[in-house]
Design a protein around this ligand. Sequence first.
Ligand code: URP
Ligand code: ZN
Ligand code: ZN
Ligand code: ZN
Length: 478
Amino acid sequence: MSTTLITGGTVVNATGTATADVLVDGENIVAVLAPGSALLGVDLAQNVDAVVDATGKYVIPGGIDAHTHMELPFGGTNASDTFETGTRAAAWGGTTSIIDFAVQRYGERVEDGLASWHAKAAGNCAVDYGFHQIIGGVDEFSLKAMDSLIDEGITSFKLFMAYPGVFYSDDAQILKAMQKSAETGLVTMMHAENGPAIDVLAQQLYETGKTSPYFHGIARAWQMEEEATHRAIMIADLTGAPLYVVHVSAKQAVEQIAAARDRGRNVFGETCPQYLYLSLEEQLGASSPEWGDFEGAKWVCSTPLRSRPEGHQDAMWQALRTNDLQMVSTDHCPFCMKEQKELGRGDFRAIPNGIGSIEHRMDLMYQGVVTGQISLPRWVELTSTTPARMFGLYGRKGAVQPGADADLVIYDPSGHTSIGYEKTHHMNMDHSAWEGYEIDGHVDWVMSRGSVIVDESGYVGSKGHGQFLKRDLSQYLL
Ligand code: URP
Ligand code: ZN
Ligand code: ZN
Ligand code: ZN
């Protein structure tokens, strides 16, 4: 067991900031001390194995990305990051825990879907990982299987109102699954878009020759998100299920969530960096010499990027400030352009949906601090503390406090990070959705459960260090 003392940094928690030294023993934080590292007359710096100077820098709890899809079979291919490559990229970006989505498909046993996800992840991860369970086929068998999820350390499941024929649940299935959610305390996570109506709109666009990626965003209109969000909230209201709406992008969907919260309901929402920064016009409508108007395929994801003149991006930032949205995850679901996104050349409906951002979430959200949109503690709250509380990890994760796992990041506010495929990118993709983004700030050093995994020389972690996180029921519900 080795000891590390991080000295002179500004420790940032969701509750505020303080100049403090952080003492790590083995896998845990054992003390957060007044600066100077003396305890009962003993100079700690003389007695630990390693001293790390964080003067002028922030010491924050490692990021928790509660929405990732490593190796997801989707859109006729597999998401291009494995648990190995995706969690390594997470480490580079200061994220020390992920919660990925295990998949149960229609006709498949939940137990088998979960076992196959364990097989993909075990021994391969650079950082700790947990699972939510996708229920892609709600029937008597999957409903019964949901009773055992909590014992497996899985305390949340995702349903889809989108993707008919793939993961889609109709309202009757949603009702039954939410009854189970209310009964067990499992959090219902909802992909809220009206899939059947979107598919008709997409077909009509395709038939009139509107086949480029831009029309993915037109077919998936904000009305389809608002309507589904409202429907999910009403079924949750009726059943008493705690509801967490994933990847919210439409300002009208946020209004639905805010209204439900104002009525005292257990309704929560997450957004993602892409919905804060990117748009229908600039990205889905992009064109390049290499790809022509197919360039926009890089940013095909669902929910889609929204129109900037309509004000969705500003509304997402506002909701993060007012706590109408509580956290920021990436929905990391990368696909390469070559051979993957290309499947949808000439037909936007066949472009695999997803963007890769796991490496950049902490940096991108820190820009909200730089521009004054969120405070420093709120940055930590949105990216680490609330995900921990929401998904049963708090205490172990989500705060720089004695007893917690030593998942720590030293972030240099005067550092700089250039994002791009050729530059700082370690995700397994042949392009970057964030090409050219210049970040004020830099992830200098990352520790996961007491092991240094990123230092000035780069990634120094190891595959298999990351352990499965058995999660507890949410501490964030009313
Ligand atoms: O486009 C996306 N979001 N792909 C991943 C699957 C999902 O719906 O979260
Ligand atoms: Zn989704
Ligand atoms: Zn997703
Ligand atoms: Zn760097």
